[in-house]
Design a protein around this ligand. Structure first.
Ligand SMILES: NC(=O)c1ccc[n+]([C@@H]2O[C@H](COP(=O)([O-])OP(=O)(O)OC[C@H]3O[C@@H](n4cnc5c(N)ncnc54)[C@H](O)[C@@H]3O)[C@@H](O)[C@H]2O)c1
Length: 262
């Protein structure tokens, strides 16, 4: 289990959910891992859990100076970056008519601008053989009512991934994305911890919600030399969810609100 021995990996959003599982797996596969997250306490705890070859860098991915400093700290500790995984993300449910512009900006800033800044600063420290993996979402392709900002930002990540692959290919740096379906993490609790869960599962051919480990395994493939001729692509990891219907989120939550008011 040493598929990433001697590799230096930077993972954003590494304090929780998918990012944490990727940091854990890459570390177990021999990589030096720098965990970046704006939750300072959690990210320090996670790095301490991994022990040697792990570094915590509290930083907000929307703040270019903080992010650049976090990645520079990774270089100072472990040398040039080989792998960048960009997993920091947020979401919020509201129909467009009720979505505050500030909320739209917050989601686009973290989910899209944060990935742009991460690619920019990771690539700066990468050379031949480098690999960047952006965590997009099935919602990059499958629209969900009430998720305008998230869907638009994730669709942006998919296109950003292609442009970055074109620009960095000449340097031997690959850039790909993952599009997970619904995965059990703190971010998706409103869905997985509600009656909506059943509706999601009914629309997943493999009959279960995803685990962070499902996404981490795909990230390992894209980060490792096994995918050395793959770039500019998005790999859907969703148990087949894209083949079926997306649950009606707004209807479900409105029903819940009416129930609570009664
Ligand atoms: N859980 C799902 O169902 C699902 C499905 C598809 C895609 N995704 C994507 O996967 C990624 C990880 O999500 P998750 O489900 O693991 O969520 P999570 O909430 O468990 O983890 C997200 C992490 O990102 C960090 N973060 C948020 N904003 C940040 C910022 N500005 N700067 C630095 N760190 C920040 C949080 O502190 C948290 O530790 C996200 O990009 C999300 O959109 C999740």
């Amino acid at each position: 289990m040493n598929r990433l021995a001697g590799r230096n990996a930077v993972v954003t959003g590494a304090a929780s959910g998918i990012g944490w599982e990727i940091a854990r797996l890459f570390h177990a596969e021999g990589a030096d891992v720098t965990l970046i997250d704006f939750n300072a306490e959690s990210v320090r705890k996670r790095a301490a859990e991994l022990g040697e070859r792990a570094l915590a860098q509290p930083a907000d991915v929307t703040d270019e100076d903080q992010l650049a400093a976090g990645i520079e700290a990774a270089v100072a500790a472990f040398g040039p970056v080989h792998i960048g995984v960009n997993s920091a993300g947020v979401g919020a449910l509201a129909p467009i008519a009720e979505l505050a512009a500030s909320e739209w900006r917050r989601i686009v800033e973290v989910c899209l601008t944060g990935v742009f800044l991460s690619i920019k600063h990771e690539a700066r420290h990468m050379s031949e053989g480098g690999s960047i993996v952006n965590i997009a979402s099935l919602n990059a392709r499958q629209p969900a009512e009430g998720f305008a900002a998230y869907c638009a930002a994730k669709a942006g990540v998919e296109m950003l991934t292609k442009v970055a692959a074109m620009e960095l290919g000449a340097r031997g740096v690959r850039v790909n994305a993952l599009a997970p379906g619904l995965v059990d993490t703190p971010l998706s609790k409103a869905f997985t911890g509600s009656p909506l869960r059943r509706e999601f599962v009914a629309n997943i051919p493999l009959g279960r919600i995803g685990e962070p480990a499902d996404v981490a395994a795909a990230a390992l493939f894209l980060a490792s030399a096994e995918s050395s001729w793959v770039t500019g692509d998005t790999l859907v990891v969703d148990g087949g969810q894209h083949t079926k219907r997306y649950p009606e989120l707004i209807k479900h939550f409105r029903r819940g609100e009416r129930g609570r008011r009664r």
